[in-house]
Design a protein around this ligand. Structure first.
Ligand SMILES: C[S@@+](CC[C@H](N)C(=O)[O-])C[C@H]1O[C@@H](n2cnc3c(N)ncnc32)[C@H](O)[C@@H]1O
Length: 221
């Protein structure tokens, strides 16, 4: 237990340190993933007027892609430095950004039609990741949509080897544990029933779309 507390402390200070440094360059560094933002919006296929939460929103790239389609979006993030960039770019009346921790979302149960987390889970220590997904399920309406976008590995052995070793070169401390973990099992444990999956970035990423189900949440708790 003490070890977990120490690991979590280390995680919080690491997130602050890393994203304080990365924030000014983040949008340039992630240009190769720009197309995925629109794929996510299309794949989510949210109903007109949906209220969308973007967890670990960073500089708001995914949040803005939803906002452009007219949805009401709230993006939350731990990093003030990343949020500062998001707020500076914000030209939309239907998106706002708040500082918050994914493990303790400042929203009532069943508040959102869609909750999304894009390339943030692999940056989380395992216990934080678990709690963040449960929080996302809590604030999403029953039968509402939960969308997870993150790294994956393709089936093909050569591609798998290459992608794993390339991503490992630049990704942070938690990537290796994340990529070997069973994300789908964790989603189910968090009360999210996976309905669809779409590989992106030549198999280096995937979008998982699920719905919040009370039955799974009861089993997972
Ligand atoms: C790699 S960035 C992804 C940003 C954005 N979602 C995107 O797709 O470009 C990961 C983000 O997750 C945020 N993050 C990590 N742990 C978090 C937590 N516990 N609560 C809220 N945000 C968190 C970081 O501050 C960072 O902005």
């Amino acid at each position: 237990m003490e070890r977990i507390v120490d690991e979590e402390k280390e995680y919080y200070s690491l997130v602050k340190k890393v994203f304080d440094i990365l924030a000014p360059f983040y949008d340039i560094l992630t240009i190769p993933a720009s197309r995925v933002r629109y794929e996510v919006v299309g794949f989510t296929n949210a109903g007109t007027g949906s209220k969308i939460l973007d967890v670990g929103t960073g500089t708001g790239k995914q949040a803005f892609s939803f906002a452009k389609k007219g949805y009401d979006v709230i993006g939350i993030d731990l990093s003030e430095a990343m949020l500062k960039v998001a707020r500076r770019k914000n030209r939309y009346g239907n998106v706002k950004f708040e500082a918050a921790d994914a493990v303790n979302l400042p929203f009532e149960d069943n508040s959102f039609d869609v909750s999304c987390v894009s390339f943030a889970l692999h940056d989380m220590f395992l216990t934080i990741r678990e709690r963040a997904l449960k929080e996302m399920a809590r604030v999403t309406k029953t039968k509402g949509t939960i969308v997870v976008i993150d790294y994956a590995l393709p089936e093909n052995k050569i591609k798998k080897f290459l992608i794993y070793h390339i991503v490992k070169l630049y990704e942070g401390k938690y990537y290796m544990e994340f990529i070997k973990s069973d994300l789908k099992a964790l989603l189910r444990k968090s009360g999210i029933e996976i309905k669809e999956e779409l590989p992106v970035l030549l198999g280096a990423g995937r979008i998982l779309k699920g719905i919040k189900t009370e039955e799974l949440l009861a089993i997972g708790s």
